[in-house]
Design a protein around this ligand. Structure first.
Ligand code: PGA
Length: 240
């Protein structure tokens, strides 16, 4: 089954997050993919309990990030094992917005992914190139270096996803072509020896149809288009 990850970032208040899930669950339907909701940390527990009470097993909960540490004096960080305790099953690591604003290296991101695995969470590890790197034909070199740093810290038996998120496509309305995504997904699969590549960056209900046909992809990471629950539902229904 494909994975559809909704990354709400810092767009909603806790009240808006509650309303979203209540509305989404109201008209029940059975999707043919796994939906992973990544709300703010404040709402994780509420959303987990709400879904559990409604016995909706097609929705899983993910966090938008976790610490590279297990515990201790790390102000404003959250340990992967604490996320697991409140019902999270997935965690995004290395999202470019966090990576840039906190100046994180892939060595740190690798440790975050390691912490996630230690806590039995499934890390969704983001990699991606900038527009300048793409224009200089450096995409595969950049992605390869990011991936190798992460992979050397993870056991080969680990369960994880790699989200290919070109920096220039996130929130910009610009997309790579399906052929470009397919080529990159193939490249990532060769390095990871796994069929676990997601694509993220300005995915909409218009583009998802073509992207869904890329057999190398195991799913999608969706920001803006996940904020409107109706639009998101439409996307969910189009993922096969
Ligand atoms: P976007 O965000 O869909 O708004 O481009 C994707 C992401 O940041 O993962």
């Amino acid at each position: 089954m494909k994975l559809l990850v909704a990354n709400w970032k810092m767009n909603f208040s806790p009240q808006e997050e509650k309303l979203w899930i209540q509305n989404y669950i109201k008209e029940s339907f059975t999707p043919s993919c796994i939906v992973v909701l990544c709300p703010s940390n404040i709402s994780l527990e509420y959303i987990y309990n709400y879904i559990k009470n409604k016995q909706n097993s097609s929705i899983k909960i993910g966090a938008q990030g976790c610490s590279e540490y297990t515990s201790g004096p790390h102000t404003n960080q959250i340990a992967a094992r604490f996320l697991a305790q409140i019902g999270c099953e997935y965690v995004i690591v290395g999202h470019s917005e966090e990576k840039i604003s906190r100046n994180l290296s892939y060595a740190v991101i690798a440790r975050q992914a390691h912490q996630a695995l230690q806590a039995s969470l499934i890390p969704i590890i983001c990699i991606g190139e900038s527009l300048e790197e793409k224009q200089n034909n450096l995409t595969q070199e950049i992605l390869g270096n990011q991936l190798k740093t992460v992979l050397k810290n993870l056991p080969s038996t680990a369960t994880f996803y790699i989200a290919y998120e070109p920096l220039w496509a996130i929130g910009s309305g610009k997309n790579p072509t399906p052929e470009e995504i397919q080529e990159i997904a193939h490249f990532i699969m060769e390095l990871t020896k796994k069929h676990t590549v997601l694509y993220g960056g300005s995915v909409t209900k218009e583009t998802i149809k073509h992207y869904s046909e890329i057999s190398e992809l195991k799913g999608f990471l969706i920001g803006n288009a996940s904020l409107d629950f109706q639009k998101f539902k439409k996307i969910v229904s189009l993922v096969t």
